[in-house]
Design a protein around this ligand. Structure first.
Ligand SMILES: Nc1ncnc2c1ncn2[C@@H]1O[C@H](COP(=O)(O)OP(=O)(O)O)[C@@H](O)[C@H]1O
Ligand SMILES: [Mg+2]
Length: 380
């Protein structure tokens, strides 16, 4: 047997973010000083599941039934992803301590209504435990929200562990459906890690691309790059109060959905910009929201390290570099971690924290009253 299979420090992380493209999974060995990824897999969502979760982002009829059916399907997607990981690494299910499964966010409303609000990550962890025969840890965000926090972002602790450095301030930026940054002060200063959601990442880009090109995303950002940025429209987009709100803050498709864009386009009547220019403007919005947060909250950052699928959008990456001339813009792949693995590694780590009854949130990020053990365990 390879040494890794004897370890009791193996965890699986499963992430399916607001892009709703599928599940990114990693099998991680935490027995060493740094986590080692033994296998990685991506299991795409079947089109009907993507549509079902898309519809569940907004209120609608018979939601409880539709959500339950979608969560059953998601458990099967997750179980396929787990099987692929175990096959690739040649590791038996019994060697894995737990799976950290994020679920699919269908509402994210922390702090609203009664001051606590709620978040919902749809999934069926009991079915996943049944199918995978491995303990499953789920519902990572609710406890932080119960403690007065945003429940998001939860990845900064792992960003800090993987990419923090002595002697320089770094910012790690995940561009998923929504974008978020972790500000990592030089580790020798002892200053706390902070972070928050910046705004739309790929979500609006994907929706617009699907509507006008019939493909799930703008490959490489080539379509956006062939358009012209509409500066008046960009200014209107940036007037959205979320961008000015002080952290801690988090957002989702609750706010940044196609209707949000529609309310800006509708008043233009017959002066609608060409679809390609809207795409260029949306891509510039993604980059600008991130860049202005870096300038505002990490003015001394020397390096911006990008992960998530948005790192494949060359137009967004080039715009970031242009807007931040004094910052070196790189991806996590430049540091040996593929861009699709970072968030999944974080959920493997969060599962391990829960199993060990160790804290998972960073209160300086989420605004929670204090550190908390995150997640609920569904035994195999
Ligand atoms: N080659 C590519 N070119 C442009 N964008 C891409 C490419 N590959 C992936 N993406 C973008 O990344 C998204 C998936 O990113 P991901 O990190 O999985 O986000 P999430 O965590 O929200 O699911 C896709 O929906 C797409 O917008
Ligand atoms: Mg994804």
């Amino acid at each position: 047997m390879p040494a890794a299979t004897q370890s009791s420090e193996m965890y699986i992380g499963l992430m399916s973010g607001t892009s709703m493209d599928g599940a990114d999974g990693v099998l991680v060995d935490f027995s060493g000083a740094q986590p080692v990824v033994l296998a990685a897999a991506h299991t795409p969502f079947p089109a009907p599941l993507r549509e079902a979760f898309g519809a569940l982002q907004q209120p609608g009829d018979d939601e409880i039934h539709r959500e339950a059916m979608a969560s059953n399907s998601l458990a099967r997607v997750y179980a396929d992803c787990v099987a692929a990981l175990l096959r690739t690494a040649d590791v038996p299910a019994g060697s894995v301590t737990a799976i950290g499964a994020h679920g699919q966010t269908i509402r994210h409303r922390p702090g609203q209504y009664d001051g606590i609000g709620y978040t919902r990550q749809s999934q069926h962890p009991a079915l996943l435990a049944e199918l995978a025969d491995i303990d499953v840890v789920a519902d990572f965000r609710s406890r932080d929200i119960a403690a007065g926090g945003q429940g998001a972002p939860l990845v900064p602790a792992v960003h800090a562990a993987l990419f923090g450095a002595a002697g320089e301030t770094r910012v790690v930026c995940n561009i998923g459906g929504i974008s978020n940054i972790s500000i990592l002060p030089a580790t020798n200063t002892g200053r706390p890690v902070t972070g928050f959601d910046c705004g739309p990442g790929n979500a609006l880009l994907d929706d617009w691309n699907q509507r006008h090109c019939g493909t799930p995303y703008d490959d490489g950002g080539a379509w956006a790059a062939s358009g012209k940025v509409d500066t008046a429209l960009l200014a209107q987009m940036l007037a959205e109060p979320y961008f000015r709100a002080p952290p801690p803050k988090s957002t989702g498709r609750d706010l940044f959905h196609p209707g949000w864009l529609q309310t800006l386009l509708e008043p233009l009547d017959d002066r609608q910009p060409p679809a390609v220019d809207v795409q260029a403007t949306l891509a510039t919005l993604t980059a600008t929201a991130i860049a202005q947060d870096v300038q505002r909250y990490a003015p001394h950052a020397q390096r911006l390290i990008v992960c998530g699928g948005g790192a494949h959008n060359a137009f967004v990456m080039a715009t970031l570099a242009q807007l931040l001339p004094h910052v070196q813009v790189q991806t996590t792949a430049d540091f040996g971690v593929p861009v699709s693995q970072v968030e999944a590694i974080a959920f493997a780590w969060l599962a391990r924290q829960c199993v060990r009854r160790a804290f998972g949130n960073v209160p300086t990020v989420t605004g929670a009253a204090g550190p908390r053990v995150l997640g609920a365990i569904y035994p195999r």
